[in-house]
Ligand binder design. Structure first.
Ligand SMILES: Nc1ncnc2c1ncn2[C@@H]1O[C@H](COP(=O)(O)OP(=O)(O)OP(=O)(O)O)[C@@H](O)[C@H]1O
Length: 306
């Protein structure tokens, strides 16, 4: 597993700079959110890492996953990286899946493209469908996309994205088209299976529930970044303040007690709190977080508006 290091990433359409000098890192296992208003450059940032920029749009700067360059790589080599080192799940699975091909064959195809023998790929495809918790994976493998629900199709897309064991998963609004219950399950699954995650969304509650860190983009730049609790409770940039104010997250003014030397139990979080099952001080869930060192932390609690 390798760290993603992006430095000075700039995306241009002719002389127009659409993304400017973006720098960030994502360590193995880390989940980083990318938020910002429409047109702020989130998708172009992600597409640069996938080598999928639209025609006449170019990227400069560096993006390295371990010892591999992701930016400025010739097209014939980008195909090797895409799917194997970095994978992406988009919002609408129906447009990404081939309607005329059984889904098992579609999962298998991305493996054969990267050198897995055909018979082995078929077997591993079913295992991948099981990994993304599709019940009856053998049966699902034989289905066509239209025979599955939206949530099942998005799980298939996740299986395709993970098929070659990439080091980084990028998700661009992967649950926006799903209903709320299915969305929650899908987010939990993504958080669990992502080797390292760059998660693009407009939904701040989603970022808070899936990611540990967040990057805020505005006008093509990253204007603020940091751990979720810091950025969401003490935003430094006026634009972030505005985003929070306009979001479904509303500060209740509840300041939970300073925690001394122990991990807060789920009972300390009010119903509906996005931190409820996650320790806001550490990356794992409350249940598994190591005991705090005793210096104590205070935090405000943000939760979705009623
Ligand atoms: N092919 C292109 N040629 C020129 N400009 C483009 C092209 N694609 C995107 N842009 C512009 O680049 C800017 C950033 O676009 P991008 O799609 O990255 O924004 P975004 O933050 O992902 O927005 P959204 O949340 O709506 O998806 C926008 O101003 C957009 O109009």
């Amino acid at each position: 597993m390798s760290t993603l290091r992006v430095e000075g990433l700039t995306v241009r359409a002719e002389s127009l700079e659409l993304v400017r000098e973006v720098s960030f890192t994502i360590a193995p296992g880390e989940r980083v959110g990318l938020i910002g208003e429409s047109g702020s450059g989130k998708s172009l940032t992600a597409l640069s890492l996938m080598g999928l920029l639209p025609e006449a749009v170019t990227a400069s700067g560096t993006a390295r996953l371990g010892d591999r360059d992701l930016v400025g790589v010739p097209e014939n080599r980008v195909k090797d990286l895409r799917g194997r080192d970095v994978s992406m799940v988009f919002q609408e699975p129906m447009t990404a899946l081939n309607p005329l091909m059984r889904v098992g064959a579609q999962v298998a195809e991305v493996m054969t493209l990267h050198g897995t023998p055909r018979h082995e790929a078929r077997e591993r495809a079913v295992a991948m469908l099981e990994r993304v918790r599709l019940p009856e994976p053998g049966q699902v493998a034989r289905a066509y996309p239209h025979q599955l629900s939206g949530g099942q199709r998005q799980r298939v897309m996740l299986a395709i994205a993970l098929a070659n064991g990439p080091g980084l998963l990028i998700c661009d609004e992967p649950t926006t088209a799903l209903d709320v219950t299915v969305q929650k399950q899908m987010l939990e699954l993504i958080a669990e299976v992502a080797p390292a995650l760059l998660f693009i969304t407009h939904d701040l509650a989603v970022v808070a529930s899936v990611c540990e860190r967040v990057l805020v983009m505005y006008g093509g730049r990253v204007v603020e970044s940091g751990p979720i609790r810091e950025v969401f409770t003490r935003p430094r940039h006026r634009y972030t303040e505005g985003l929070l104010a306009a979001s479904k997250l509303t500060p209740r003014g509840t300041r939970l007690p300073t925690v001394q030397g122990s991990v807060p139990s789920a009972g300390q979080f009010p119903d509906g709190c996005v931190f409820r099952n996650r320790c806001p001080h550490a990356t794992p869930t409350c249940e598994t977080a190591p005991a705090l060192t005793g210096d104590g932390h205070a935090f405000a609690c943000w939760h979705p508006a009623d």
